[in-house]
Design a protein around this ligand. Structure first.
Ligand code: ADP
Length: 688
């Protein structure tokens, strides 16, 4: 039963467990996906923001460069206006070159591109000379043609100007057509180094930590101001520097920070929140697991309890404070023959109470509830099954206390004691049979004494009868009526005596129902006195009866107690046979005594009761008890006598204990043994 319940609980918990596992898996997956998307989007957002900033910066750089170049045009125009002749041109041109590092050369050419004057930047040692300047005349022309067409400054495409040691410069011509008195007056050509343009015209703060370069459309680098630091990924923005006659491509590059897990605040916040969420999920999961384990344990404990209750032979029943049944186990249902459904909720009187005892049980219950005196050893009662049969039960009751310490009802355990009763009855019957056997044995022993004792009165009767006949028949010497009357009276007396002897034996042997009554202690002795004195006379023993004056009656079965006294007295006398040394010492006495009742709490058979006890004692001065004999004294069939049965003392003890008393023995002084036993004094109503 238990294993079945446990397996079903186990299977159920497995199903729950696997379903929860799935749910948890799905939840974790969803949360992880959500978090990854969040982190990804946050990253994307940050990147887009950086890209936009980069593009803004590139546009601002381009605009800076353009306005600086426009300012250069004005500077060149000013140069021409302050130095109209080639001789006076050199000094301001040098000054201009010192001021403007991005310009590497200034030329003044005629309308036919003939070189009128030229100055080189002081920052580069040998710009011209290494390669013939005229090799790049087409670029100059292209710029100047554009300038004429646009009637303003124009730029050429950029070109590479090699320097010594494999170095070189990317240069770009700017041509400014000159006008004097409304007529074209040649061109002013300023050769710009693209590197110089980047260095001089850009805001250093915007460039710090970034890469800035001029590129061709196909990505070829023309001039580089700075390189972006090495990184796995980088952002870049392109901006077109649209100049009259030529367009340059400015490229601004910024590294994406070497990606840690959280490259920026937003992603970090999302990440931290995600971590917190995961931690909370883990804690929740742990909590669930703990609860699941607790649930499983409770289910197992319940299954175990159920299995235990079902396998019990003890009936269990719980009642609430109003007497309604709140719980019954199968053993109880089986005992009373009702189903659990019929019993649950049933109030008082209970269905198993025998109808004629309902009042008694109600009363008993209210007494118990008011006094709360629930005996630990339980109490006995009689129940009625559904089919009307009765059976005895032992009920042990305990209060039901809930978790708050409040009493919610009573729990009772019930044992069907029918079988126990049957065994007790059987025991009692066999005890009775044993006692009857013992009585018969005693009678057998007494028979020889009886025949001896009866001989006397019978012989006396016979001789009185013969004498009387003689008096009647002798014609000479007829007896007087007085003589005859006396003879007849003697005959009557002797017959009486014989009758008494026989009656005492008959009384003793006749089996009677066990009945308790209040008996005066002396009456007990008187009843067995004829039998005792027969034996005492035969053995030459003096009987001494020492009963305290005004003894109260004792509560006993008189026949059984008489037999106890008779047994003890007979044993005492048999311990002092004829020829025993006590004859010489004058101790040939058997003493029967009884004391005034004493109060004492003595328990027999587990029940404690305070009563007054009268103590009887039988003292002999025989050979006494050796240790070996004393240790076996009460063992049935233990005897040291050839004709003994060995049942006397064990029966005596049983009888005394049945009366609630106790049998003990001690050595007597100066020799012999004293046997003592107690009986309850009848000083009040009997207590069962
Ligand atoms: P039985 O008298 O038939 O032998 P009992 O049970 O009365 O059976 O006694 C058991 C034995 O105990 C006796 O055989 C005897 O040895 C011993 N006994 C009993 N009473 C006395 C006594 N007063 N003095 C000495 N021995 C005793």
């Amino acid at each position: 039963m238990k294993s079945q319940a446990a397996t079903s609980a186990g299977r159920w918990s497995e199903v729950l467990h696997s379903r929860r596992g799935w749910l948890w898996g799905a939840l974790l997956l969803l949360v992880s996906v959500l978090l990854s998307v969040l982190v990804f989007l946050a990253g994307e957002f940050e990147e887009a923001r950086d890209q936009a900033a980069l593009e803004r910066d590139a546009a601002s750089l381009v605009s800076d460069i353009r306005s600086e170049l426009v300012r250069n045009v004005q500077t060149l125009q000013a140069l021409h206006s302050v130095a109209p002749s080639a001789e006076r041109w050199a000094a301001p041109a040098d000054h201009l070159l010192i001021e403007h590092r991005e310009i590497v050369r200034v030329e003044w050419r005629s309308n036919s591109y003939r070189l009128l004057a030229q100055r080189d930047t002081p920052y580069l040692a040998s710009l011209v000379g290494h390669i013939e300047r005229d090799a790049f005349l087409p670029e100059v022309r292209q710029a100047c043609d554009n300038a004429v067409r646009l009637s303003g400054p124009a730029f050429s495409a950029s070109y590479f100007w090699p320097l010594s040691e494999g170095r070189g410069l990317e240069l770009m011509e700017m041509c400014l057509p000159l006008v004097r008195a409304g007529l074209p007056d040649g061109f002013l050509v300023a050769t710009h180094g693209l590197q110089g343009v980047l260095t001089e015209f850009t805001d250093k703060d915007l460039v710090r930590g970034r890469g800035l370069s001029f590129n061709e459309a196909d990505g070829t680098r023309l001039a580089i101001l700075s390189q972006a630091p090495e990184s796995v990924r980088s952002l870049n923005a392109q901006a077109l520097l649209d100049l009259p006659g030529h367009t340059l491509n400015l490229r601004l590059e910024a590294p994406l920070l070497p990606l840690g897990l959280f490259p920026n605040v937003l992603t970090a916040v999302v990440g931290v929140l995600s971590l917190a969420l995961l931690v909370v999920l883990a804690l929740l999961g742990r909590d669930m697991r703990l609860r699941q384990r607790a649930e499983l344990e409770v289910a197992e404990a319940l299954a175990f309890r159920k299995a235990m209750e079902n396998s019990l032979v003890t009936g269990l029943r719980a009642r609430d404070m109003d007497g309604r049944i709140t719980y019954v186990n199968p053993a109880f249902c089986q005992m009373v023959g009702y189903s659990a459904e019929e019993l649950l909720g049933a109030g008082l009187p209970a269905p198993w109470w025998p109808p004629e005892r309902v009042d008694e049980y109600q009363h008993r219950r209210s007494l118990r509830l008011s006094g709360q005196n629930l005996p630990r050893e339980g109490y006995e009662s009689v129940f009625q099954r559904r089919d009307g049969t009765r059976f005895p039960v032992l009920i042990i009751e305990a209060p039901l206390i809930d978790a708050q310490g409040q009493q919610t009802g009573h729990m009772s355990a019930m044992l069907d004691i029918t079988e126990q009763r049957r065994i007790e009855d059987l025991n009692r019957a066999s005890q009775d049979r044993l006692q009857a056997t013992a009585r018969l044995t005693t009678v057998g022993e007494m028979a020889s004494l009886l025949s001896h004792e009866l001989n006397q009165p019978l012989a006396a009767i016979a001789s009185y009868a013969t004498g009387t006949l003689n008096l009647l028949e002798d014609g000479n010497n007829r007896g007087t009526p007085d003589e005859l009357r006396q003879a007849m009276r003697r005959i009557g007396e002797q017959a009486d005596r014989a009758g008494r002897v026989i009656k005492s034996v008959a009384d003793f042997v006749r089996r009677r129902e066990q009945t308790r009554e209040a008996v005066a202690p002396l009456d007990l002795v008187d009843a067995i006195a004829p039998l005792l004195s027969l034996q005492a006379k035969k053995l030459g023993i003096r009987l001494q009866i020492d009963f305290a004056p005004a003894l109260p009656p004792v509560w006993c079965d008189r026949t059984l107690i008489e037999q106890v006294l008779l047994n003890l007295a007979r044993n005492g006398m048999q311990a002092m046979p004829e020829g025993h040394p006590t004859l010489v010492s004058g101790l040939r006495v058997l003493r029967l005594a009884a004391t005034q009742p004493r109060l004492s709490a003595r328990g027999v058979g587990g029940s404690l009761s305070h009563k007054a006890w009268v103590e009887f004692s039988v003292t002999d001065h025989g050979e006494g008890l050796s240790d070996a004999v004393a240790s076996q004294l009460f063992t049935p069939f233990f005897t040291t006598k050839a004709e003994g049965m060995g049942l006397g003392l064990s029966l005596c003890r049983t009888v005394v204990e049945q009366h609630g008393g106790a049998l003990s023995f001690d050595p007597a002084l100066p020799r012999g043994t004293v046997f003592r036993f107690t009986l309850p004094a009848d000083v009040g109503p009997p207590v069962h």
